[in-house]
Design a protein around this ligand. Structure first.
Ligand code: MV4
Length: 506
């Protein structure tokens, strides 16, 4: 096919917070004119200030603002936006929105509406993957019509099983069932939950795989059927189905496994005619068997770690693809270099059951320096509200090796100051000191058993040892310098240094 370019100059970003800022930055580098939309809660938000133009789209609740197709399209028409980037969440995986953009002559910077639909129905997605020869987890072929049908299937595949919502994804509406006598009530509860959350109570069943890792592959496809993959992201460190830390590459994926998983991910994408950026999720067992779970038809929260290990700006590639250009990346040229880690910083109190911590951030000090990237939408005076996701920043580091990346992350976490609210930074620091994390030997159940208080105590012992060592070193130094010139050392006191470092931490 010959190239059909649909170049655009004005891009509307239909999102808020760190991802809106992230997208606006790439738009600015491409010389595009940018348009932000905001709810009344975000009147002073960073994405509003960053864009060339900004329009209010209504009251704080997302349903009346960031989720309103009508309001966003009205701003697009009024402002003359020729393309819309949906970011993640909100309308990013809404096939009606993608279709409405298309029908209004606006480029949706993402996949075709049909591809979103094909992957949005998780039962259809399983079928598509299977038909393409991709391994899936043992489970149902179609929707479960009745509890009885679920019972028969569960007996066949064996307990424990997982009930999943056909319209779900990302672990929403999942329910573990460990024995036959739990099934009937679990089925009813899961169906009702799915109906309430997605307007569709359809369920399917899969065998529950345990002791596995959650590994996903980034793909990029163009309008001409070319698809490449950009390696994996390790996403097993999750809490209540929310990812907390991601890293690339995974400690258990070698070059051969990366190539094989990548080829399978490309096949899944091609099976739904995939255009733009997408992510294929897999479970990886201890024997390195991998199973397709679902495909996310959007830019993901954790995309920066892939950017740091491949050197590819995924948002720039998304925009090029959406304007009809041929993929400029070739599989043979895509190399994973070094190691990247992302910590999701959220306004939650890790010492109080991760309760949301709302209020004014009176002061922000962001880490920087070699290999450090901070994607955030907050600033001095920012108000954290309960209207939106508590994630307020992503701290991402890159280094030559994973060990250096961990040390760098610890350094950057210690530098990071968000005064006025509680954050999960102390939790991240403890995870970076956890022998299990450092050894890279964890599965998706790791965080369920991770105990912050316990880890604080071991860490305190470590700090006492460090202070003792500093004291001894100081004493020795004093003795030496007295011997040499009879005066006090003009070096700063080790105690002072230790205290300053400790103060940085809290
Ligand atoms: C699974 C699973 C085990 N067995 N499916 C979580 C995100 C969503 N996309 C699918 N997820 C999972 N699906 C089967 N058949 C394990 C996960 C999973 C997980 C489950 C509980 C707690 C943490 C988890 C982390 C990653 C993946």
């Amino acid at each position: 096919m010959s190239m059909m370019l649909t170049t655009f100059r004005k891009v509307l970003v239909a999102n808020r917070g760190e991802i809106a800022v992230r997208i606006l930055r790439s738009c600015a580098e491409l010389g595009l004119h940018t348009i932000a939309v905001y709810s009344e809660a975000d009147r002073n938000a960073l994405h509003v200030r960053y864009a060339d133009e900004a329009y209010s789209i209504g009251p704080p609740p997302a349903k009346e603002s960031y989720l309103s197709i009508e309001k966003i399209l009205a701003v697009a028409r009024r402002s003359g936006a020729e393309a819309i980037h949906p970011g993640y969440g909100f309308l990013s995986e809404n096939e009606q929105f993608a279709q409405a953009c298309h029908d209004n002559g606006i480029v949706f910077i993402g996949p075709r509406a049909a591809s979103i639909a094909a992957m949005g129905d998780k039962i259809a997605a399983r079928k598509t993957a299977k038909a393409a020869g991709v391994p899936t987890v043992p489970g149902s072929e179609g929707p479960l019509a009745t509890v009885e049908e679920a019972q028969v299937l569960a007996d066949q595949i064996g307990y424990p099983i997982l009930l999943k919502a056909a319209a779900g994804g990302g672990g929403k509406g999942m329910r573990t069932v460990r024995s036959a006598n739990e099934l009937a009530s679990a089925f009813r509860l899961a169906a009702n939950e799915a109906k309430a959350a997605f307007g569709d109570g359809t369920l399917y069943v899969e065998k529950l795989l345990e002791g596995v890792r959650h590994v996903e592959i980034q793909v990029l496809g163009d309008r001409y059927g070319n698809v490449v993959h950009l390696g994996e992201r390790e996403c097993s460190i999750q809490r209540r189905r929310q990812k907390l830390i991601e890293e690339a590459p995974s400690t258990v994926v070698d070059e051969d496994l990366r190539r094989r998983m990548g080829e399978v991910a490309v096949r899944v994408a091609q099976a739904v005619n995939y255009e733009n950026a997408g992510t294929v999720e897999f479970l990886l067992d201890r024997d390195k068997n991998f199973y397709f779970l679902e495909m996310n038809t959007r830019l993901q929260v954790e995309h920066p770690i892939t950017e740091l290990v491949t050197g590819v700006d995924l948002v720039v590639e998304q925009i090029r693809i959406a304007s009809g250009r041929k993929l400029r990346l070739h599989q043979r040229n895509i190399v994973v270099k070094g190691a990247a880690i992302e910590c999701r910083i959220s306004a939650e109190d890790p010492y109080n059951d991760f309760l949301p911590s709302i209020g004014r951030i009176t002061h922000v000090y962001e880490p920087s320096g070699p290999g450090v990237r901070v994607d955030t939408g907050v600033y001095d005076g920012f108000e954290v509200s309960l209207y939106y996701d508590p994630m307020i920043a992503k701290l991402i580091v890159w280094a030559e090796t994973r060990a250096q990346a961990i040390l760098r992350m610890r350094r950057a976490l210690e530098e990071f100051k968000l005064v006025g609210i509680r954050t999960n930074i102390p939790f991240h620091l403890r995870l970076m000191e956890s022998p299990t994390f450092i050894a890279g030997r964890f599965d998706n159940a790791f965080l369920d058993s991770f105990n912050l208080a316990e880890s604080d105590q071991t860490s305190e012992r470590g700090q006492l040892a460090a202070i003792a060592a500093a004291a001894v070193a100081y004493q020795l130094k004093q003795v030496k310098s007295r011997k040499l010139d009879g005066t006090q050392s003009n070096n700063e006191s080790a105690w002072k240094l230790a205290a300053r470092r400790a103060a940085l931490r809290y």
